[in-house]
Design a protein around this ligand. Structure first.
Ligand code: DX5
Ligand code: ZN
Length: 221
């Protein structure tokens, strides 16, 4: 397993050319496709759903698809994304009635599962779930939109989560999402993240490889 994973958020891609855009970031060295699902209910924006995930698979995308569910209710969308071939599914614990049931639905479907924490969501949701999850996603912006500014209080929160993962002895990815760019990625890694979502920082530049290479250089330094 790679020490660091770069996961472009396709929320900032050109939707009219989505297949080509996803292939382009993968060819440019991305590891995972971050797929932001918004329902205009849990978050005040609307993006794309399971049919688009299926379309990317049919187009020939073989890299893992990391589905970030910003929806409520959660369980129906889990079932649809399992059918659509999602490889990883994460959801916000406060958006579902029964957290363990939702996690189990993902695992039963054969995907990796994880919980997402907004900037002010408390970490106690890990108390009875850490033995079950494959991934923890820490939001460094309030969910709903790409292109927001990284919230600095996320760094101590990441450190606390990294400690909990290490204490658990389990192999859990620690993903960060929101406002990640070449300039702050090293500090974010230093705080404990090992999977980096970046939307606008990658897709708003003409040369995706240049941005991804620059991020990897900062991570190696
Ligand atoms: C926000 C999404 C993020 C977002 C990241 O709700 O979960 O994945 O698209 O975009 P940037 O990297 O532009 O902050
Ligand atoms: Zn996301």
């Amino acid at each position: 397993t790679k020490p660091f994973l770069i996961a472009p958020s396709i929320l900032s891609a050109d939707f009219a050319r989505l297949g080509e855009e996803v292939q382009a970031v993968l060819d440019a060295g991305a590891d995972v496709v971050h797929f932001d699902v918004m329902d205009n209910h849990y978050v005040p924006n609307l993006s794309f759903g399971p049919m688009v995930c299926q379309a990317l698979k049919n187009y020939g995308i073989t890299a893992p698809i990391d589905v970030h569910l910003m929806v409520s209710p959660v369980d129906g969308m889990i079932e649809s994304f399992i059918q659509a071939g999602a490889d990883i599914i994460t959801f916000h614990p406060e958006a579902t009635q029964h957290i363990d049931r939702s996690l189990q639905l993902i695992k039963d479907g054969g995907a990796k599962c994880g919980l997402v924490f907004n900037p002010a969501t408390p970490l106690h949701y890990l108390d009875h779930t850490i033995d079950k999850i494959d991934q923890i996603l820490i939001m460094s912006v309030n969910p709903g939109f790409g292109g927001q500014k990284f919230i600095e209080s996320t760094l101590p929160k990441l450190r606390a989560v990294r400690q909990r993962i290490n204490d658990s002895g389990r192999d859990i990815r620690l993903e960060i999402d929101g406002g990640v760019n070449v300039d702050n990625i090293a500090a974010i890694a230093e705080a404990g993240a090992d999977m980096f979502v970046a939307g606008s920082a990658i897709f708003n530049q003409p040369d995706y490889r240049a941005v991804i290479d620059a991020m990897r250089n900062r991570l190696a330094a």
